[in-house]
Design a protein around this ligand. Structure first.
Ligand code: FAD
Length: 414
């Protein structure tokens, strides 16, 4: 590990005032997902005393493909993990767009060199458990304490000044609690009661298939996006054992269990999606289909309160139609550490600045993912036809303009 001094640098305020060393914070991180593990690493690097609490007995092996864009890779670079993640994943060549009706090709955009040239980093698709494993190895090598196997819950103290943790029947006090407990955050529900969850309106069905058993349209090293009526689906390689990830999304009104492990039968999936014969044949080898609700948070006005701060999906769970969930989590953990480093003597100020900055970005990301939801799920025949024609012209005539709209996301370097 690099020396604390080297990472924190010399603080000008301290120099000017002749103050002592920055305060060493006792930090708890709730949740060992992407945002929790990264926050632990960044805060440890600042010299703080960090403990991670994870409710499960070990690091999770669940989940499938996850997408890391240039903004996320720039953050991983700061942890010296970018190369490892790139090697663990795959760099798709193109983004290919299709109309699900008749598998008509709308057009394709070059990703491999195009994005690298534009943003300095490629686009990576990888197996989520691999990303978690890489982060966890790093956490272990930095000797950060991790407590597995029990939920860490919020406990409001009598003086109401700070929140402490209830863990295995004990009260644990910390200077800072970084809440990284995911989209259904129990901490958010208890402490940030003003932030509402939007009602579930989308469902995702996900499965993996080996590329050997698939027609070339799916087995090439591309991301494929199929626009259907009131639904869409995406396929992409995960970089893990030649497996291709399939994710089908549609609007859903009925209640779904919020569980990454909920399985439905192949027959149920075929029925729910009313798949045509062609797709049924292509997907006949499907064995296990996972289904989960897509949960969105309401927009927060602040993501800090007392000594508690939210990161990742706990701060804001948004529709996944911009593939920014993990990237936003990476950005959050970096920005939090950055502000704590900037105001080492004033934790409140650092949390306030972090919160203000992230909320601005969260709102913009939320708006684009909601817009994507609308265009991915168009139902009306004429409107769909006009939209797909417009998209096809844009991709063919002005591919750069397509990405230009996303520059503010992908060119973020932290
Ligand atoms: C099992 C799983 C599988 C996933 N699979 C995919 C996928 O295939 N594709 C995709 O795009 N995204 C997937 N995601 C979501 C994706 O990881 C997140 O959107 C993104 O990475 C942001 O992560 P996060 O760290 O904020 O939250 P999460 O990744 O949700 O991590 C939250 C962590 O907090 C832990 N936790 C919750 N409550 C407590 C508590 N009270 N005390 C202690 N620990 C607690 C959870 O067990 C979990 O490990 C998955 C998430 C999970 C948890």
């Amino acid at each position: 590990m690099r020396g604390v001094k080297e990472i924190i640098g010399t603080n000008r305020l301290e120099e000017n005032l002749g103050l002592s060393k920055p305060i060493k914070l006792r930090v708890a991180i709730i949740g060992a997902g992407v945002s929790g593990l990264c926050s632990a690493l960044f805060l440890r690097r600042l010299g703080h005393d960090v403990t991670v609490f994870e409710k499960d007995k070990s690091i999770k092996n669940e989940g499938a493909g996850i997408q890391i864009t240039s903004n996320g890779l720039h953050i991983l670079e700061k942890l010296d993990l970018c190369e490892l993640v790139v090697q663990a994943g795959l760099k798709p060549n193109n983004l290919c767009l299709y109309d699900e009706d008749g598998f008509r090709r709308i057009g394709s955009l070059e990703l491999l060199n195009g994005l690298k040239h534009r943003y300095g980093r490629s686009f990576i698709a990888l197996h989520r458990p691999l990303l978690i494993k890489i982060l966890f190895q790093k956490v272990k090598s930095e000797k950060i304490k991790v407590k597995f196997g029990s939920r860490a819950l919020p406990l409001k103290t009598r003086d109401e000044k700070n929140v402490s943790i209830s863990y295995k029947g004990e009260e644990i006090k910390k200077d800072l609690i970084v809440v990284a407990d995911g989209v259904s955050s129990g901490w958010k529900k208890t402490i940030f009661t003003e932030i509402k969850t939007r009602s579930i309106s989308q469902a995702a069905y996900r499965f993996l298939l080996n590329k050997r058993n698939l027609p070339p349209i799916f087995s090439h090293n591309n991301i494929n996006l199929f626009f259907g009526r009131g639904r869409h689906f995406v396929t992409y390689p995960t970089g893990n054992k030649d497996m291709i990830n399939f994710v089908f999304c549609k609007r859903e009104k009925s209640y779904l269990v919020n569980d990454w492990k909920e399985k439905v039968t192949k027959q149920q999936f075929f029925k729910d999606f009313e798949l045509n014969d062609c797709l049924r044949i292509c997907l006949s080898n499907v064995k296990t289909v996972y289904r989960w609700p897509i949960i969105e948070s309401g927009l927060p006005s602040a993501i800090h309160k007392k000594n508690v701060v939210l990161v990742g999906d706990a701060a804001h769970g948004m529709l996944p139609y911009l593939a920014q969930g993990a990237n936003k989590a990476l950005e959050d953990s970096w920005e939090l550490a950055k502000y704590i480093k900037t105001y080492p003597l004033d934790l409140n100020k650092s949390l306030k600045k972090y919160s203000e900055k992230r909320i601005k970005r969260i709102k913009k990301l939320d708006k684009v993912s909601r817009l994507n939801e609308k265009v991915y799920h168009l139902e009306q025949r004429v409107i769909r036809a006009v939209f797909l024609f417009f998209l096809s012209c844009m991709i063919t005539l002005a591919p750069k303009a397509f990405f230009k709209r996303f520059d503010w996301i992908y060119s973020y370097k932290g």
